[in-house]
Design a protein around this ligand. Structure first.
Ligand code: ATP
Ligand code: MG
Length: 349
């Protein structure tokens, strides 16, 4: 094979490749590796181009021993870090013995692995807390509190609450996995958001009363004529509304009220077409905007202790975001600390 042939073969491969000759000089680089190390490395000693110590010794070893090797290579620039699995393989070309260095981008794979590990750790932790409490109370009921009916009742009440928490956590996890698996498949049923909001507000009336929060629904037009109809999954959209309104009641109750605003947009730039906007607003303490990018992460809470004490699992907003994604909608969060929080859902109409 001529040098020209090997260069054009390398150029056809999308992953970065560098061919080093037995004289330790670079014989060919493809455009992808040019992007990584700068173009024009051909003819130079590989040490002056590849630079990273781990990588250099792997190449040196492969050249000397004629055996393949593997190495990790992390490239940092201002914006991000990219991780490569580098394979160094002896090759023969044009009667010369060299090595081919290939770079496989494994950033995404490593990131996904980390997310999975974090997720399992979080779930275990969330389940462990109520379980530990249950086991402790069972022990107490068998021992010290055996003949104390009053204490028994009290402990049973706490045990019921902890069991309910686990129940809620497990159903939230199931619902998250259901939504995720159907995320690519866009729902098609006609759903009237004004109607759905009214029934959700009704269902949450008792909770709102108990927390002394006044619920209000405002629409920008006479509804009932299909103005607020979107293609959707009614159960899932109800889940979004329930969580947003429930959050507003639970965390924003100091403001004394929650407003749901529904409006029709004739032309929404994000969809290049009509949209329905749904805003859930409260006037409570809100949160520092630094939390906003992470609020929709699983198990992320602004105040973990407080969320747990009101029975939260920290999954509500993660589920809501996946549901909105499935509807090809947009989800936005704003808050001014001390003044309240606003959650906006924008859906194509
Ligand atoms: N309206 C709000 N005002 C202030 N903080 C809020 C508001 N809504 C959400 N948060 C914060 O965001 C966190 C995440 O909310 P999310 O709904 O995902 O979980 P949760 O309410 O704790 O649990 P779950 O919804 O699963 O019962 C909450 O724990 C709370 O700290
Ligand atoms: Mg919630």
């Amino acid at each position: 094979m001529t040098d020209e042939t090997s260069a054009s073969l390398l150029a056809a491969v999308p992953m970065p490749l560098v061919l080093v000759g037995s004289n330790e000089r670079i014989r060919a680089m493809n455009p992808a590796s040019g992007e990584l190390f700068g173009a024009g490395g051909e003819g130079r000693h590989y040490v002056t181009v590849l630079r990273q110590p781990g990588l250099l010794s792997a190449i040196e070893r492969a050249l000397r021993e004629g055996r393949p090797g593997q190495e990790r290579y992390v490239q940092k620039d201002l914006a991000r870090e990219t991780t490569f699995r580098v394979r160094v393989a002896p090759v023969a070309s044009n009667g010369d013995r060299g090595v081919l260095v290939s770079f496989e981008d494994i950033t995404e794979v490593e990131h996904a692995g980390q997310m999975r590990r974090d997720f399992v750790a979080n779930v275990s932790h969330e389940l462990k807390t109520p379980l530990t409490a249950l086991v402790g109370f069972i022990e107490t009921l068998r021992g010290a509190a055996r003949d104390d009916p009053e204490a028994r009742d009290r402990f049973l009440t706490i045990m019921e609450r902890e069991a309910e928490r686990m129940n809620r956590l497990v159903s939230d996890l199931l619902s998250l996995s259901r939504v995720e698996s159907a995320e690519r498949q866009r729902p098609t049923d006609p759903v009237d958001l004004a109607e759905l909001t009214r029934s959700t507000l009704n269902a949450l009336g008792t909770l709102a009363e108990a927390e002394h929060v006044a619920l209000e629904c405002v629409t920008d037009a006479e509804d009932g004529d299909g103005t607020y109809v979107v293609a959707g999954d009614a159960d899932q959209l109800q889940q979004v509304l329930t969580n947003l309104i429930e959050n507003a009641i639970k965390y924003g109750k100091d403001g004394g009220g929650v407003t749901v605003r529904i409006s029709h947009k004739a032309r929404e730039l994000a969809f290049r077409g009509p949209a329905v906007e749904l805003v859930v607003e409260d006037y409570g303490e809100g949160f520092d905007p630094i939390h906003i990018p992470r609020l929709t992460e699983r198990f992320y809470r602004v105040d973990t202790h407080r969320s747990r004490s009101v029975g939260g699992t920290g999954l509500g907003l993660a589920i809501a975001k996946h549901i909105v994604n499935r509807h090809r909608g947009r989800f936005r969060i704003d808050s001014t600390p001390g003044k309240g929080a606003r959650f906006t859902v924008l859906l194509p109409a």
